[in-house]
Design a protein around this ligand. Sequence first.
Ligand code: ATP
Ligand code: MG
Length: 215
Amino acid sequence: MTLRISDLGKHYGDVPVFEHVTLEVADGEFVAIVGESGVGKSTLLNCMAVLDSWDAGTVLHDGTDIGRLDAEARALWRRKNVGFVFQAFHVLPHLDVAQNVALPLMLLGQRDDGRVARMLDAVGLGGLGPRLPQQLSGGQLQRVAIARALVHAPALLLADEPTGNLDPATAARVMDVLLAQTRAHGASLVLVTHSEAAAARADRVLHLSAEGIRV
Ligand SMILES: Nc1ncnc2c1ncn2[C@@H]1O[C@H](COP(=O)(O)OP(=O)(O)OP(=O)(O)O)[C@@H](O)[C@H]1O
Ligand SMILES: [Mg+2]
């Protein structure tokens, strides 16, 4: 999926989060976004999935202005096309691990227990499907969130600090899974990260700062 963001601006009251952000992500491309804490990386990623609103500019996916769809059409579009790894995981506490990972497939009416088990294996959580989230470590929860974002093979994967809670060896393995899955499906990947090792694997690194976004 191609993504084109033009002159995007977002404020809270009089305080700008970012202004004049313009960027493109080509079909199948892996772009990393880096920048200091608080510059608006998570906010920008949320805008890419139209999970947040903006005050200026446009966000186009495959040439379509998703921001102009009504809420229901937008939710359906997101469900089908986007995988999102949230910085704060947002794993559902009352569902077990396998049910959390299966959720995107269930919403699409495509239940596939084998696929769920393979995704859990891929992120190193094989056998933990029946556990509840409260019985997992922070790094394990992060990997549940990654498996859930990948399970329905989305055309656009947006990942916010997906290796932030992982030791270097596990982080590298999880990056392998993210890349293998996105490359296998020709998906585009936008990764927000503070990790130089993760950013180094991207096709392109963009730096977000108060001055805007630059290569
Ligand atoms: N509801 C809100 N009201 C006012 N300001 C907000 C609100 N939500 C976020 N902000 C501000 O917007 C800015 C961007 O936040 P964001 O979470 O996008 O930063 P970030 O680059 O992802 O930071 P980090 O690297 O720490 O995750 C921050 O300065 C934050 O304080
Ligand atoms: Mg953030």
